[in-house]
Design a protein around this ligand. Structure first.
Ligand SMILES: [Zn+2]
Ligand SMILES: [Zn+2]
Length: 369
């Protein structure tokens, strides 16, 4: 008979408070108590409710139930009144006595490699070979770690399980704690005559050359997974994966935000006032842009499709060009004279309405002095 979940039995949530558990229990106990309830299955229901309450009202039992369900650690099960004690309490903390077979195939470790890209390389993509240090299977012993012609033997200390039982006295009583066998480092095997190349490890350090394709439009912090290029698997398991994490260098003129590129263009005072046609650098080459007369600092123009390609292939971003009017410095005497004349002519008046109101706001601010 399969047991119902204790939380379902009491009709409460997994995060129910002790008060909620007590309340639910009292209500159901009254409902199913054999003295009041004469239905044939009432006694069983009452027992079920009582058992659920006994486990869930005890913090330790509840924690254990949450982790292991009805089975309990080590398959001991909960037996109503008591569920087998805590003889293996350390196993409970260390994952229920996970007796991992040291000979079972395991996937190799994943590797991470950081690749630094120039700004343009990230935009247009790149193909390159990288060399990563990697633990590779030793050719001399074919990964066994034993001298050619010999074989690894079962470890005498742990009988090939890779684990040793350590008995310890603790406040909970005497407990059995499983430790990785230090004679065989958990492999369960003992190598009498070690392979001269790898000294018994079964692997050797090598430089692994891997061809990497960086897709156009990749951005800083993104990563590429290269399946099966991590460390080799153990006991015939699959190799791990390689993750190439991309770091993109900043550019002295362009900035990137997603697929869009931003830049700032300097304009001379005359260009801004009179208008001009200027050339804008983009990662795709020069683009001509007409600047209208009276362009202010901060005015931004959008060059459609001149940004970075979308890394998933959804078109291109834009380039946004922000204008910055540069106030001239180091003027010659003649230039200064012309500017003075200009200033007299314009009488310090602003050309545009916005600017006019800006000037008048500024003048009003002085009146508070
Ligand atoms: Zn070897
Ligand atoms: Zn051992």
């Amino acid at each position: 008979m399969s047991k119902r979940d204790y939380y379902d039995v009491l009709g409460i949530n997994k995060d129910a408070s002790p008060e909620e558990i007590k309340k639910a229990y009292r209500k159901l106990a009254r409902q199913y108590h054999p003295d009041v309830n004469k239905e044939p299955d009432a006694a069983d229901k009452f027992k079920e409710v009582k058992e659920a309450y006994e486990v869930l009202s005890n913090n330790q039992k509840r924690a254990q139930y949450d982790q292991f369900g009805h089975t309990g650690p080590q398959g001991q099960g909960f037996s109503g009144e008591d569920f087998g004690g805590f003889s293996d309490i350390f196993d409970m903390f260390f994952g229920g006595g996970g007796r991992r077979d040291p000979n079972a195939p395991r996937q190799g470790n994943d590797l991470q490699y950081t690749m630094v890209l120039e700004f343009e390389e990230a935009i247009f993509g790149k193909e390159t070979d990288i060399h990563i240090p990697s633990e590779e299977k030793c050719d001399t012993c074919k990964g066994s770690g034993a001298k050619p012609g010999t074989k690894p033997e079962t470890c005498r200390h742990c009988n090939g399980t890779g684990q040793l039982n350590m008995e310890q006295n603790t406040p909970f009583g005497r407990v059995v704690n499983k430790r990785v066998c230090h004679h065989c480092n958990g492999t369960g095997k003992e190598i009498k005559e070690k392979c001269p190349t790898c000294h018994g490890k079964g692997t050797v350090k090598k430089q692994k050359k891997i061809h990497i394709k960086i897709p156009a439009g990749i951005d800083d912090g993104q990563q590429i997974r290269v399946a099966g290029k991590g460390e080799p698997g153990i006991n015939g398991g699959p190799a791990g994966d390689l993750y190439v994490v991309v770091q993109v260098k900043s550019h002295e003129f362009f900035q990137r935000d997603g697929d869009d590129i931003f830049c700032e263009m300097p304009l001379t005072y005359a260009q801004a006032a009179l208008g001009d046609e200027i050339e804008i650098p983009t990662v795709h080459g020069k683009v001509k842009l007409k600047i209208p007369a009276g362009t202010q600092t901060g005015k931004t123009f959008r060059l459609r499709g001149k940004g970075a390609p979308n890394v998933r292939g959804y078109g291109h971003g834009d380039q946004n060009v922000r204008m910055r009017v540069i106030t001239p410095t180091n003027l010659t005497e003649q230039q200064k004279e012309l500017l003075r004349e200009f200033n007299n002519l314009s009488g310090n008046e602003a050309a545009d309405e916005n600017e006019a109101s800006f000037f008048s706001r500024m003048k009003r601010a002085f009146k508070n002095d």
